[in-house]
Every structure is written in structure tokens, then in C-alpha cells.
Design a protein around this ligand. Structure first.
Ligand SMILES: NC(=O)c1ccc[n+]([C@@H]2O[C@H](COP(=O)([O-])OP(=O)(O)OC[C@H]3O[C@@H](n4cnc5c(N)ncnc54)[C@H](OP(=O)(O)O)[C@@H]3O)[C@@H](O)[C@H]2O)c1
Length: 425
């Protein structure tokens, strides 16, 4: 035992070059100071703005990335900046120099997934990014390691903390959307560019990373059918409440009968019995379904300084025992493809009924057309949603119904004639 402790003590310290001293960077700096057992020290911190007042000694900061990247004492780069393009250049340069990298930058990872895998193979140097998906929930390592033999059939969850915070505040306190967004920004949950969160880009980026680790499916986030929560209005929330349901931004991926993957990120009505209905504020929740284990439910803080810092810290610790992602499923499941050949049951509301393209539906179950305001519940083909833009225009909000996916148009088709008689064509 004593010998092992001595061996650990003799191992070289993690000498870290940190990029970014914002919400997460500062928290990582603090938790590293409070975790001596990690044997890690932060040698230099890369920032952008020299005019900002910082709470630690000035000489640790630099605006010259190469002062960090070319420092041979530094063996780990922790990248926590909010600029995905610069972040990619830093991460690439670090890996090429044989420096291990920890990052939480989902936009950068999603945009360059293939190149980053290639760089890790080429250099044999690890890149870890647990903090990039669901912050404090240890989901990537679980998807990578645990579901290696018991293969996954489905993952679905709430994977963006700020939109969940906004929806929770709108529902519980009756806040307006903009007020709730401001609170999320003040608490450090939201991205600097709020569109990344509220328009669903962030969740699509995270889902694309999760798909690679869960199913070995590598795709660009823009190929996913996705939208955000910015058009959810008071009427939608009232409709949810009447149905005794909640609205959450849900990321969903499931294997279809043909072996392909159906995926989406959409606001969705959630029944009270669904575990995800109990995921509030900045929390995230993810449900996995696999062949033998059946269902697992992960829940934890999905945004914020300390929860994200916890994931970064865990990655730094994992580097100590040489951990790296093996991406085995990507190699094994070369043919797994995304499919948009499935149907979704959705609820669409609009400030002007004519904005709803009723012709796009396979089947309309219910509709409402009063004083110009309108709403339609029906079944629509996913490909049509991907191709069309009518449901993305201002004043139109689309929410998936619970259990939204179906593969066959097994809904009774309403004849166009009856739609005409109802005056909604
Ligand atoms: N906040 C969260 O809850 C959360 C959760 C999970 C993942 N993340 C990810 O973590 C990363 C950091 O997020 P954050 O919330 O900490 O952002 P933030 O508070 O806006 O901080 C960004 C930091 O990056 C620095 N920076 C920007 N451009 C730079 C450049 N070209 N060179 C050097 N430094 C640069 C800024 O420097 P200055 O200080 O000089 O301006 C600042 O210190 C992002 O990728 C984000 O997506 C955040």
C-alpha cells in the first residue's frame, strides 16, 4: 500500500495550460486548488481581453496561445473558451504536440468530430470531453464503456440546461420567455450567444456527440431534425396544462426496425408519469434503453460553473490512468445511418391559422380555428419537416406529442375531401 502511494507521489504532476477564465474556466481553476490529491497545477491561463479585472495574480494570464502550446512543461491543455473556431485550432495544435486535451466545447467537437477522432488516432493522444454533454452527468464514459456489450436501442432526454431552466420558470412562475432567459444568463447557464440554446443548436450539437458514443453513428448536427423553444407561447403552456402534461426540449434517438436511427430535438409534451417530467431548472435527464438492462435514468445538473467543472476535473483525473475513448462502436457499426423515413405525431399552433400547412399532414386528429388563432394535432412525415420551413416561421410553434415516433403511416388517412369540407385546406 505504502509502495503504491509512493509510486503515485513520484508520478509527474499534471501541468495544465488552461484556456478560458470565464464561468467554467474560473470554476475549474478553483476546484483544482481545492483538490490537492489530483497533483495538478495550472501553469498558465489563456484569455482574450487584457482589460478585464481578474481575481488572481496577473502574471498567470496570457493572450498568446503559443506561450502555452509551446511550453514543454505543460502536458495537459484544458480548453474552456467560448469561440469554437479558435478552440479547434488550440485543440488541434495541442494534440499534434502530444499534449492531452480536456474540453467542454460541444460546438467545436460536433463540428469537427471526424477530424478530432483522426487526430487522436494519428497522435495517440487523448481528448476527453465529459463536460460537453449534460455537464455533471457522467454520460459519455457510460455510453462508451458500459453499453459496449448490452447495445442501446434508444436514448432520450433533456440535454440543454438553460432551455430547461427557461421552460421551468415559465411554467412554475409564469415568467415571460425573455425574463426567464435573462435569469438563465445571469446564473451562467446560458451560452453567450443565446440562440445556441434557445434555437436548439446546442442540443443538436450534444445529440450528435451522444449518437457517436451511444450508437457509433457519426453525423453533422445540421442533419438532425431540430428546433428550439423560442416560439413556445402562453397558449402552448396552457394546452400542456389542460392535457396534464409539461413541455420539455427533448433530444431523441431510437433504432428503427430497419436498423437505422430516427433522431430529433424538438419541444415535446411529456406526461406526468415520464421521469423527464421531474427534471426541472438547470437539471438534465437522460433515459437509455438497451436489450438486457432495459431502462436506466440519469439525472444531474446540466449547466453551471461547478457542475461543468466537476466533469472537467473527472476527465483530468482520468488522464492520470491513461484513459482515452476507444470509439469501438464507430468502428464496429460502420453502416449505421440516420433515417428520416418515419412519422411524427405533432401539435402545431399559429397566431394565424393559415400559416399551418395542413396539406403537409398525413392525418389530422384535431384542429382549432378561432379568431385567426389556430392549432392542429396530426401526423407528419419527418422528411417533410426537414425539407419545409413553414413550421419555422414566426408565430408558428411545433411540439411533438408524447410517444411521437411511428414508422408506418398507420393512422387512418383523412380524405382531402373531408378536410375541404372542414374548410382547412
Ligand atoms: N457555462 C456552462 O454552464 C457550460 C456548460 C457546459 C459546457 N460549457 C462550455 O464551456 C466553454 C466555456 O463556457 P463559459 O460559460 O465558461 O464561457 P464564458 O464565461 O463566456 O468564458 C469564455 C472565456 O473564453 C475566453 N476566450 C474567448 N475567446 C478567446 C480566445 N480567442 N483566446 C483565449 N481566450 C478566449 C474569454 O476570455 P476573456 O475572459 O478575456 O473574455 C473567457 O475567459 C464553452 O465551450 C461552453 O459551451 C459551458
Amino acid at each position: 500500500m505504502l509502495q503504491l502511494e509512493n509510486e503515485i507521489a513520484q508520478k509527474p504532476k499534471h501541468c495544465i495550460g488552461l484556456f478560458g477564465y470565464g464561468t467554467v474556466g474560473k470554476a475549474v481553476y478553483d476546484v483544482i486548488q481545492k483538490t490537492p490529491g489530483l497533483q495538478a497545477c495550472i501553469q498558465k491561463i489563456g484569455i482574450k481581453d487584457t482589460g478585464k479585472k481578474r481575481n488572481i495574480q496577473d502574471d498567470i494570464f496570457t493572450t498568446d496561445a503559443f506561450e502555452i502550446l509551446n511550453n514543454s512543461c505543460i502536458n495537459i491543455i484544458v480548453e474552456l473558451i467560448d469561440d469554437a473556431d479558435v478552440a479547434y485550432k488550440i485543440v488541434k495544435a495541442a494534440l499534434l504536440q502530444g499534449k492531452a486535451v480536456v474540453t467542454a466545447n460541444k460546438k467545436m467537437i460536433a463540428a469537427h468530430f471526424n477530424e478530432l477522432c483522426q487526430l487522436q488516432k494519428q497522435t495517440g493522444t487523448p481528448l476527453l470531453y465529459e463536460g460537453a454533454c449534460c455537464a455533471s452527468i457522467p454520460i459519455i464514459r457510460n455510453l462508451e464503456e458500459y453499453y459496449d456489450t448490452d447495445l442501446l436501442l434508444k436514448i432520450r432526454g433533456i440535454i440543454n440546461g438553460s432551455t430547461n431552466f427557461i421552460l421551468s420558470r415559465m411554467e412554475k412562475e409564469g415568467l415571460e420567455f425573455t425574463e426567464a432567459l435573462l435569469q438563465a444568463q445571469q446564473l451562467g447557464f446560458a451560452e453567450n450567444n443565446p440562440a445556441l440554446d434557445i434555437d436548439g443548436h446546442d442540443a443538436a450539437n450534444k445529440l450528435s456527440i451522444l449518437l457517436a458514443h451511444a450508437f457509433g453513428c457519426v453525423i453533422k448536427p445540421e442533419t438532425i431534425l431540430y428546433s428550439g423553444i423560442s416560439k413556445i407561447n402562453g397558449e402552448d403552456l396552457r394546452c400542456a396544462s389542460q392535457r396534464k402534461q409539461k413541455i420539455k426540449l427533448i433530444a431523441h434517438a431510437q433504432k428503427l426496425k430497419n436498423g437505422k436511427l430516427a433522431t430529433y430535438v424538438l419541444p415535446q409534451f411529456i406526461t406526468k408519469e415520464d421521469e423527464l417530467a421531474g427534471v426541472h431548472d438547470e437539471f438534465n435527464g437522460l433515459i437509455t434503453e438497451s436489450h438486457y438492462a432495459d431502462r436506466h435514468f440519469f439525472k444531474g445538473k446540466g449547466a453551471g460553473a461547478l457542475p461543468t467543472a466537476a466533469a472537467v476535473l473527472s476527465d483530468i483525473a482520468a488522464l492520470r490512468y491513461g484513459y482515452k475513448y476507444e470509439y469501438k462502436k464507430i468502428d464496429a457499426q460502420k453502416n449505421i445511418k440516420l433515417s428520416n423515413d418515419y412519422y411524427l405525431k405533432v401539435y402545431v399552433s399559429a397566431d394565424v391559422f393559415s400559416k399551418i400547412n395542413c396539406q403537409a399532414f398525413e392525418y389530422i386528429e384535431e384542429y382549432q380555428n378561432q379568431y385567426g388563432y389556430g392549432a392542429v394535432t396530426g401526423v407528419i412525415h419527418a422528411e417533410k419537416l426537414l425539407e419545409d420551413t413553414w413550421w419555422k416561421q414566426s408565430g408558428v410553434s411545433l411540439i411533438a406529442c408524447p410517444e411521437a415516433i411511428t414508422q408506418e403511416a398507420d393512422y387512418k388517412k383523412i380524405s382531402r375531401r373531408s378536410l375541404e369540407l372542414a374548410g382547412i385546406t
